[in-house]
Design a binder for this molecule. Structure first.
Ligand code: NAP
Length: 535
């Protein structure tokens, strides 16, 4: 346990006025950024629609380290993906800022781990309350930086806040064990202790919830964190910092170091290889996850990896078509197809195939409305950037060139360069890109199958396994298929499965560990066995 070694150097110095903290190990060098006036909120430049309604108090542009707002030597622009308008210039942290943040987190850890579970719980609860009080402003920030329709952004803020609420409750339920060994004069104790500083790297598609799902668990366990948000969506992470500070979360417990994509590799390496960091928690693509696993291997750090998926959505002959269509819409088109649990491949049994495709196409036309996320009635916002649009377009072209039929959609949307039409393809075969490459966009490809065995074989023929869905009214089939799908989460006659109470995570190359639920806090706890002899 790397942190234990470093913790031996803990001394008596106080961190701010909050902790009976510890001195940094001499090798760690000094932290302490120069105190200065807190820089003000972002200047909103040239934005024409909607942003005027954002809360200036929550719109922070500097990094948040050791409880202070700190500018960096450089900045990077953040844009609204719907309009391309500039939202603000954000501190572009580099390696030195990353190291300083780790040191701040480490120093804070020495005190935070000693704060009682009840007090940690109460601080998380205050943070949760502030999120709820500010939910409308927080949701608008999400829509501005990610393009997500405002209604979904509201949903994300509640989901995000609920992780703080849930883990504020779990903080007080960390128990150990007493074990009776064969030796009569000994008792064995199992203690649960916080792992240490966690490096937290998150994606843009859930700019708030992917942070609190990790940070709620980490702080509840007594760990401190350094968060590197995605380049596209740093404002949500920084708004959370403002509220953490208002809630009284001690300085250095929650740190945020935004950086540009240009710096992500170096900053990621700096925080993931730092000896003061004991845990890496990542949500993002499998490709990046593998890079971070290499970093973790060299210093044997604990890891949690929430990576990409390729969710199958199977409709068996016995399914209720209306239910299946409702589930297909929900699981495919949430966040315009940009969630890790979005259905990527629709497998539909021959007997129900035509009815399902027809009803699905009609439901898409009726219910999906492409537009700016701030506009009333929009269900499909822009994709995050043009590269994402190119990927969907490439998959559609590839499928059509190999014989797929466009049932609806199929091309870029006239609203702007980041928009794509919700698209349904039939006559899809397994040699097409869209069946083995995560789409992350509004494309639903349908493959026809004949038998249950065939469907399971197609569903499992991939090296990832995050979520899977199927629709059936046959109880025996439901048990068989649920048990055979090689995924971490299964939706049976249900397209929306995420909830803070339930374990979220994947198998195969979709990840390691689970987030949320009663299991999520374990990712931030070490077991220590104490053999108590001489009794
Ligand atoms: P990504 O490219 O892997 O980026 C995720 C985060 O990693 C961002 O903060 C990114 O910074 C950072 N990053 C990129 N390269 C890095 C490197 N070499 N070292 C350190 N950090 C690095 O993934 P994405 O495209 O943003 O997100 C979409 C992916 O996330 C999809 O595959 C999706 O399935 C997955 N996802 C999984 C879950 C889950 O719970 N399993 C949830 C949501 C999303 P920049 O933004 O600056 O590039």
């Amino acid at each position: 346990m790397a942190t234990c070694f470093w913790l031996r150097s803990c001394g008596a110095r106080r961190l701010g006025s909050t902790f009976p903290g510890c001195r940094l190990h001499p090798r760690a060098g000094g932290l302490v950024p120069a105190p200065g006036p807190a820089p003000g909120p972002a200047q909103l430049r040239g934005y024409a629609g909607g942003l005027a309604g954002l809360s200036a108090a929550l719109l922070r542009t500097d990094s948040f380290v050791g409880g202070r707002w700190l500018p960096a030597a450089a900045t990077f622009p953040v844009q609204d993906p719907a309009s391309g308008a500039a939202l603000g210039m954000v501190a572009d942290c580099g390696v030195s800022e990353a190291r300083a943040a780790v040191r701040a987190a480490y120093e804070a850890f020495c005190g935070w781990r000693k704060v009682s579970a009840k007090e940690r719980s109460s601080l998380l609860r205050k943070w949760y309350n502030l999120m709820i009080q500010n939910k409308d402003d927080l949701a608008r920030i999400i829509t501005a930086e990610s393009g997500k329709p405002l209604k979904e952004a509201h949903g994300e803020i509640l989901y995000s806040a609920f992780f703080l609420e849930w883990f504020s409750e779990e903080a007080r339920r960390v128990y150990g064990d007493i074990i009776y060994t064969p030796a009569k004069d000994k008792r064995a104790l199992v203690l649960k202790q916080p792992v240490g500083v966690a490096a937290v790297i998150t994606p843009w598609n859930f700019p708030s919830a992917m942070i609190t799902r990790k940070v709620g668990a980490a702080l509840a366990a007594g760990c401190t964190v350094v968060v590197k948000p995605a380049e596209d969506t740093p404002f949500s992470a920084l708004a959370l910092a403002e509220l953490a500070s208002q809630a009284g979360i001690p300085p250095g417990v929650y740190n945020v170091i935004p950086c540009s994509r240009k710096n992500a590799k170096e900053v990621g390496e700096a925080i993931c290889t730092d000896p003061l960091v004991s845990k890496i928690s990542f949500t993002g693509s499998t490709t990046t996850g593998k890079i971070l696993l290499h970093h973790a291997a060299n210093s044997v750090k604990r890891v949690s990896m929430e990576l990409g998926g390729l969710a199958p959505f199977i409709v068996f002959d016995s399914a209720n078509v209306d239910q299946a269509v409702a589930g297909a819409l929900a699981s495919k088109f949430r966040n315009t197809g940009q969630t890790c649990v979005c259905s990527n491949r629709f497998l539909v049994q021959r007997g129900i195939h035509d009815a399902f495709v027809k009803a699905f196409a009609e439901a898409m036309k009726k219910n999906l409305h492409v537009g700016n996320g701030f506009e009333e009635g929009t269900t499909q916002g822009p994709l995050i950037n043009e590269k994402a649009v190119e990927k969907v377009e490439k998959q559609v072209n590839d499928a059509v060139s190999k014989g797929a039929t466009i049932v609806t959609g199929g091309k870029r949307h006239h609203l702007g360069k980041n928009f794509f039409e919700p698209t349904l393809l039939s006559n899809v075969t397994q040699d097409m890109l869209c069946t083995h490459e995560e789409t992350f966009g509004p494309l639903a490809p349908v493959i026809k199958f004949d038998t249950e065995e065939e469907a399971i074989a197609i569903a499992n023929a991939t090296d990832v396994g995050l979520a899977g869905y199927f629709y059936s009214q046959d109880p025996a089939q439901i048990w068989r298929v649920a048990e055979q799908l090689e995924v971490g989460m299964v939706g049976v006659n249900e397209g929306l499965i995420s909830s803070v109470e339930c374990p979220f995570g994947g198998v195969k190359q979709s990840g390691l560990g689970r987030e949320g639920s009663k299991y999520g806090i374990d990712e931030y706890l070490e077991l220590k066995y104490v053999c108590y002899g001489g009794l």
